[in-house]
Design a protein around this ligand. Structure first.
Ligand code: NAD
Length: 290
């Protein structure tokens, strides 16, 4: 049972588990009110690159947040140490259910009793990895998009989350320049990600079927909807391996989905083209990783 919502949260760190594409961006946002954010990751290089990214972006992002001031993002290799005083721990490790289960069970042991523990999973309801845990009333999904550019997130109960915890998240996250939206029922893909999944899938199918090419789909999409980027540019940003993991999960739940989108993604991944993070994806005009 939740004994309390986090006490004195302004004077305690936030911890982010996983320093990849999203983890470092989540860390950045929670450092905009002058506090400490600990990033933990078994891969020290990822951890250090995450810190460099977040600290580099922080002055400009904190300046845009109402009442914002730049805090500190640091890398702490040991997960238990990273979370020991945290009021909030956000898990952002790869989209593997077993891994998330292990991490949540470990976090339950290591976090302060009043800490909120959330998952950034794109496609798993947190119920799937919290249902056997004793303190699942302080656990939930907080699904971020691509901060700092996109500040929205889905907030979804694990089926046991205390209403006070949901309210606390909805009330406090805007202090960090974020805009949470409450998902009022359990939903694979939450609110906006479900809609985005359908857009990605059909864009990939159109290219897989030979009807068009990524550049044309993106150009048409941007011109018709007035967006800066189209679906293929956006998938490169997300990471094609992550896009595939997410689509595999939707396909497990709904075997009627077409396989073309997954086949196309697997071809790119087999060529080492993972998107921005590997220097090439559907486009190859990204800086090569050092
Ligand atoms: P990523 O592959 O870029 O990063 C994952 C990080 O987790 C890596 O740095 C890896 O070293 C680290 N990691 C692996 N095992 C770990 C462990 N045991 N403990 C701590 N860290 C560990 O992945 P990502 O794109 O940042 O995705 C992470 C999560 O966020 C996934 O659940 C994904 O569905 C979700 N998500 C991703 C996006 C996106 O656009 N990429 C958007 C929203 C949500």
């Amino acid at each position: 049972m939740v004994t309390a919502i986090p006490q004195d949260y302004r004077n305690r760190p936030v911890a982010v588990v996983g320093a990849g594409t999203l983890g470092r961006r989540i860390a950045l946002m929670f450092a905009t009110r002058g506090g400490q954010v600990n990033i933990t990751d078994p891969n020290a290089e990822q951890g250090e690159q995450g810190v460099v990214y977040a600290m580099g972006e922080l002055p400009a992002v904190a300046a845009r947040v109402d009442g914002g001031t730049a805090g500190t993002v640091g890398y702490v290799r040991d997960q238990a140490e990273a979370v020991q005083d945290a009021w909030l721990v956000v898990e952002a490790v790869p989209e593997k259910l077993e891994l998330k289960k292990q991490i949540f069970a470990q976090l339950e042991q290591d976090c302060p009793a009043d800490a909120i523990i959330s998952s950034n999973s794109s496609s798993y309801a947190s119920r799937l990895f919290t249902e056997d845990l004793r303190t699942n009333d302080r656990m939930l999904n907080t699904h971020f998009y691509m901060p700092p550019a996109a500040i929205t997130l889905d907030v979804m109960s694990d089926g046991h989350t205390a209403p006070e915890v949901i309210d606390f998240v909805l009330r406090t996250f805007p202090e960090y320049g974020l805009r949470p939206f409450h998902c009022r029922k359990e939903s694979t893909g939450f609110i906006f990600n479900r809609i985005w999944a359908a857009l990605k899938r059909e864009s990939l199918e159109v290219v897989y079927a030979g009807v068009s090419v990524p550049e044309d789909v993106d150009a048409m999409f941007s011109m018709n909807f007035g967006t800066k980027a189209g679906p293929f540019r956006m998938m490169d940003q997300v990471g094609l391996d992550v896009v595939l993991d997410i689509e595999e999960h939707y396909a497990q739940e709904n075997p009627q989905l077409p396989e073309g989108p997954r086949i196309l993604l697997r071809e790119y991944i087999a060529d080492g083209k993972l998107g921005v993070k590997s220097g090439a994806g559907f486009y190859d005009d990204y800086p090569k990783p050092s």
